[in-house]
Write a protein that binds this ligand. Structure first.
Ligand SMILES: Cc1cc2nc3c(=O)[nH]c(=O)nc-3n(C[C@H](O)[C@H](O)[C@H](O)COP(=O)(O)O)c2cc1C
Length: 265
């Protein structure tokens, strides 16, 4: 509703000596140019391969590929990470991390298998001891299911995935039923100001707030240390489990000695 002064923000980032920056959104060219001129490493987040390719041309160093599962701006093409990540591996010549829908080590292992160098987690970190938000909101995430998000503002091609609550449901209703199609009708419902209040007052229905489909995979509120340690263990265990496909089968097993897999894998 009120575009921030991106150039001024970027200048503060440069003045503060920040070394790595994530950019996202439409027309990142001017900000990327400004940050690159200051020697900053840029990770650009995007939801399509076309935008990723444009960002590479603009000189970004690596990419965050954000699937349709993600929290916040999902883009307009609705491609989930199963396709996006493999396409990124096939088509992009720069390293990328996977974003959207990750909460555990099995997800990390899958992202690595599809070609990513790592994962980015947004919603999962909201639900940690250290996250500076009200406990009620963390509990709302734990209680939620993967179906408890809403896609808001599609009509204006600015689609955002938000937590499903009274306000986001009302916003979607107006968006669908409005005969004028005027953004002003829905604007009071999607106010970021009220959304920020939610994190302080703990009333999940006070305004709209961002969350991804991964809420369906989040069942506890660990410390960041516990979360990362667990993710590492789960990732290694799940990769070990898939490696077993290649291992000799012991006594009483398959007579051929190995699980049969095509030799050219
Ligand atoms: C509370 C919250 C606020 C966010 N705000 C922004 C934002 O201002 N700009 C942005 O590019 N992405 C924003 N995101 C999206 C994250 O950067 C990231 O792309 C997304 O959370 C990944 O999906 P995941 O939540 O399934 O991990 C936000 C996410 C959350 C959960």
């Amino acid at each position: 509703m009120n575009a921030p002064p991106y150039g001024e923000y970027a200048q503060v980032v440069i003045d503060e000596g920040i070394k790595v920056v994530e950019t996202a959104g439409n027309s990142p060219g001017p900000v990327i140019k400004q940050l690159k001129a200051a020697g900053i490493i840029i990770l650009h987040k995007c939801t399509t391969i076309r935008h990723a390719a444009s960002a590479i041309k603009l000189g970004v160093d690596f990419l965050s590929i954000d699937g349709f599962e993600c929290a916040g701006h999902v883009g307009e093409t609705d491609i989930t990470n199963f396709i996006l990540l493999s396409k990124a591996r096939q088509k992009l010549g720069v390293p990328f991390i996977a974003s959207g829908g990750f909460a555990d080590g099995q997800g990390l292992a899958a992202a690595l298998a599809l070609g990513a160098c790592g994962i980015n987690m947004g919603t999962r970190f909201m639900c940690t001891v250290e996250a500076p938000i009200h406990h009620n909101i963390k509990q709302a995430i734990v209680d939620a299911d993967e179906t408890d998000t809403e896609l808001v503002l599609r009509r204006w091609r600015n689609t955002s995935r938000l937590f499903k609550n009274k306000v986001s449901v009302a916003a979607v209703k107006i968006e669908k039923e409005s005969t004028t199609g005027k953004f002003e009708e829905v604007a009071p419902y999607v106010s970021g100001k009220r959304g920020r209040e939610v994190f302080l007052n703990g009333d999940k229905d006070f305004g709209v707030w961002t969350a991804g489909q991964v809420i369906g995979l989040i069942h506890d509120i660990p410390t960041c240390n516990e979360l990362i340690t667990r993710i590492e263990i789960e990732a290694v265990e799940s990769m070990d489990a898939s490696r077993k496909l290649y291992e000799p089968i012991g006594e009483g097993g398959n007579k051929q000695g190995y699980n049969k897999l095509p030799s050219k894998l």
